[in-house]
Design a protein around this ligand. Structure first.
Ligand SMILES: Cc1ncc(COP(=O)(O)O)c(C=O)c1O
Length: 393
């Protein structure tokens, strides 16, 4: 089918809820995708922060294919070797205190379950989250999302959600009391425009949570699974080495097969009993094969080191470029700040067959490329970007 026909087909039969780019993607390999019209695009948005291993990584595809020959699905009511191995591998790369996994299907579901675990572990109700954070679109997660109009579209909100300022420990101290079950945050606020804070903020949060018996949740739906050049933001130098009580994950974990997860420490996991949490699809065999193979591929191909190399190359090449006052973020979660609107640069790059992302900050273009993106691919982007940024000034 040609693009116009595909577009019409989707529009005829789907609720118009997404602002789409004017292309139809048909296949992909690494950081490349090909459209219905046979055009090749460089995907530095990584299929919406999902394809950390690149599109259709051969090791992941093989694992999925092999699993389909055995069984597609059985729920958590039976034991499964592939589920056990995926959990073991995930825990083995996690910060050392986070010893147990709970699998679900998406980022918002991981956050819902994390907040529920925090309430169960503390017997308290209140949740503190941050201006600019995004945690998903289901009831509790959207109520914890103090970014733009999201909370508004999620009304009626779940009660007892309160807001603090990202990076401002005094604002947290003012609202996090002995009624508070959890503090949840994106350690780098991606949608808000790749906003970062000093590592000292995380150690102050950890101290505060320890003092007041609060569960600390890192939403690593975007920052997790190697994206920042570390397996997780938690426990790395980026957080000053501190560990939260729960980490939530999704996006990259299944390379495109929907998988979400909560990782919890003993303090939390020991409070969760039979039937406290559950899901039909979470932990299904196909999803677990994808998750295990994703983690193996990241390991085997040295993608975490590559994520760091990509960041370094971009930072060095964009240093001092006219029209680009700043580069934010870590590894393969980067925000490029312009003097003018990023949406214009986004459109111009798309015309030049490079896919990038925008953010809630009108001046910030977001990159969430596969961790396997090559130096040549990054250089191609840098050349185009320099021309466009300079032309826009
Ligand atoms: C940091 C963060 N948390 C949670 C979510 C929600 O994930 P999902 O769309 O899989 O429900 C997202 C999605 O963009 C996200 O970026």
């Amino acid at each position: 089918m040609k693009f116009a026909e595909i577009q019409q087909l989707e529009e005829n039969f789907q609720i118009a809820t997404y602002k789409k780019m004017g292309i139809a993607v048909e296949r992909g390999s690494g950081a490349w995708v090909w459209t219905s019209d046979g055009e090749k695009y460089l995907d530095l948005y990584g299929g919406h922060a999902v394809c950390a291993t690149g599109h259709s990584h051969p090791h992941v595809v093989k694992a999925i294919q092999e699993q389909t020959e055995k069984i597609l699905f059985y729920s958590n009511l039976v034991y499964s070797e592939i589920r056990g191995r995926a959990a073991e591998k995930l825990v083995s790369v996690a910060p050392k205190g986070l010893t147990k996994a709970f699998f679900c299907n998406s980022g918002t579901e991981a956050n819902e379950n994390a907040m529920r675990m925090a309430r169960m572990a503390t017997g308290r109700q209140k949740i503190v989250s941050f201006t600019g954070g995004f945690h998903g679109r289901t009831a509790d997660s959207i109520s914890a999302t103090f970014l733009g109009k999201y909370r508004e579209i999620g009304k009626p909100n779940v009660p007892l959600h309160v807001e603090a300022k990202f990076g401002d420990i005094e604002s947290v101290i003012a609202v996090a009391d002995d009624e508070t079950a959890a503090i949840i945050l994106e350690p780098i606020q991606s949608m808000a425009g790749v906003r970062e804070v000093e590592p000292a903020f995380f150690s102050r949060l950890r101290e505060l949570c320890d003092d007041r018996g609060i569960v600390l949740i890192f939403d690593e739906v975007q920052t997790g699974i190697g994206r920042t050049g570390n397996w997780f933001f938690a426990g790395s130098d980026l957080s000053g080495g501190i560990e939260p009580d729960i980490i939530t994950l999704a996006k990259s974990l299944g390379s495109g097969i929907p998988v979400g997860a909560c990782l919890a420490n003993e303090r939390v996991s020991s409070q969760i009993k039979e039937n406290d949490l559950g899901t039909t699809f979470g932990g299904g065999m196909l999803a677990m094969a994808a998750a295990l193979a994703t983690l193996e591929a990241i390991d085997q191909d040295g993608m975490i080191e590559n994520a760091r190399a990509i960041e370094n190359r971009l930072r060095q090449s964009l240093e001092g470029v006219r029209g680009i006052p700043g580069v934010h973020g870590k590894g393969c979660l980067l925000g490029i700040e312009f003097d003018g609107p990023a949406s214009q640069i986004h459109s111009r790059l798309l015309e030049r067959k490079i896919i990038t992302g925008t953010s809630s900050d009108p001046k910030v273009l977001r990159l969430l490329p596969p961790l396997s993106t090559t130096t040549e691919q990054i250089d191609l982007f840098i050349d185009c970007l320099k021309e466009e940024a300079t032309a826009a000034t």
